[in-house]
Design a protein around this ligand. Sequence first.
Ligand SMILES: [Zn+2]
Length: 194
Amino acid sequence: MQQAPAFHVKDGQLIGARQVPSPNFNQRPDNTEIQLIVIHNISLPPSQFGGGYIEQFFQNKLDWSVHPYFQTIQGMEVSAHLLILRTGEVIQFVNFNDRAWHAGRSSYLGKKECNNYSIGIELEGSDDQPFEQVQYDALVQVVACLQAHYPKTQYHLAGHSDIAPGRKTDPGPYFNWAAFREQLHHYKKASIPE
Ligand SMILES: [Zn+2]
């Protein structure tokens, strides 16, 4: 017996994810096909987990006075399509049909402005700590689902550090690309009907 997939995409929404709308998005340029998935890490304050600050930040509802670090990001308006918490819970902030503000100045295979044509996935994490296995499990399910729905993303998966080298370091040295790719491969193989 095959397990029912945990996620599916409908009208740009990831069904199975908690929906927390962010105002930080705009339209993708006309006739833009989604062709890249970008993996990030984020934690607020840095290297501390929980607290709900990332959700507040992406909603422009973060109280800047709570922590000195927050003052250094005060007024920034950013978002990602998805966030995977340490618990493995998946939150969607921006509809996939819209352009989330996660990549900044960036370039992939010579094509600039990755926000235009990518889906951004944040893992709650940092450059100095391993990610949780449940985060990899959720990421595998989500990426498999997105790759089935947006076929070009099957060939284009990158870290933020790959598309903004010298400027960004995430998802960082603790993100295990080899293990992730292998788990994704096995998951997709097991979920393709014979
Ligand atoms: Zn990033």
